[in-house]
Design a protein around this ligand. Structure first.
Ligand SMILES: Nc1ncnc2c1ncn2[C@@H]1O[C@H](COP(=O)(O)OP(=O)(O)OP(=O)(O)O)[C@@H](O)[C@H]1O
Length: 247
């Protein structure tokens, strides 16, 4: 893959006490790419995502976002510099409407945005994510799939160039996951690069241009879905695990 690197992790490590949760992780995420991070339970995927989004600072290593060193930048700075994140467990403001929830994202992510501009931007995103007809409902009334759509709309409202998704398919039925796959493809088609953590292998196969595989904190393989699922170290890492490779 060639083109501009939007996110460059160079030797990122994070330890908790004596535990090396992420060890010397290096990868490039290219503009327009949908990149999956997979690995068995406890591999370090969520810790890596937390390093990328700024929840944690790395013990060592360096992170670049669109060519800018953000290794020690706080979350808000990364957000304003073009990084958006949607969470596995959706955390909306439950009593606010769907439209208001997304408007908050637009106000937070783009300083200087007026309320009417933010409301308009939020409404556009509700249309793009298939939620326009739910705009006036309270967020707590949404179904799980609608919740995930809203979470993606909220992250997009901050105006990201790179969107991080943390197991957004969790809990969805297969038909719903297929809809979410389409939604994420649409996000990429709109010019946003996507990095996602996912356990559901058919989703990884259908969505990812490239896959980074972690085990015990380290990257053990990267390449296309076909390449990594044929890699002996990847097969060994998944053997006997609950999720299996299922490929
Ligand atoms: N805040 C923390 N304090 C101490 N240990 C942690 C912390 N967060 C994660 N760990 C440990 O770091 C290792 C990697 O965890 P992490 O949650 O990043 O893995 P994961 O690949 O996301 O797993 P899963 O697929 O189960 O969500 C695990 O051994 C975990 O117990």
């Amino acid at each position: 893959m060639t083109g501009q690197v939007v996110l460059r992790a160079d030797g990122l490590s994070k330890s908790f006490g004596g535990l090396q949760a992420v060890q010397n992780v290096t990868f490039d995420h290219y503009d327009g790419e949908i990149l999956a991070v997979i690995g068995p339970n406890g591999a370090g995927k969520t810790t890596l995502l937390n390093l990328l989004s700024g929840v944690y600072r790395p013990s060592s290593g360096r992170l670049e976002l669109l060519g800018q060193d953000v290794t020690h930048s706080p979350m808000e700075h990364r957000c304003h510099a073009g990084l958006g994140r949607a969470f596995q467990v959706v955390r909306p403001f439950p009593e606010m409407t769907v439209h208001e929830n997304v408007t908050v994202g637009a106000l937070f992510g783009q300083p200087g945005t007026s309320l009417p501009q933010a409301r308009e931007r939020a409404y556009d995103l509700l249309e793009r994510t298939g939620l326009a007809d739910q705009a006036a409902r309270a967020a707590h009334e949404l179904t799980l799939l609608q919740d995930k759509r809203m979470e993606i709309a909220r992250a997009l409202a901050t105006g990201p160039r790179v969107l991080l998704l943390d197991e957004v398919m969790a809990g969805l039925r297969p038909g719903e996951a297929a809809e979410a796959v389409e939604l994420i493809r649409g996000v990429r088609a709109d010019g946003v690069s996507v990095l996602f953590i996912e356990h559901i292998m058919p989703v990884v196969r259908d969505l990812a241009d490239r896959v980074v595989v972690m085990d015990q904190g380290q990257v053990i393989a990267h390449g296309t879905y076909r390449e990594v699922t044929a890699h002996p170290q990847v097969v060994a890492a998944y053997l006997g695990t609950e999720e299996g490779l299922g490929a």
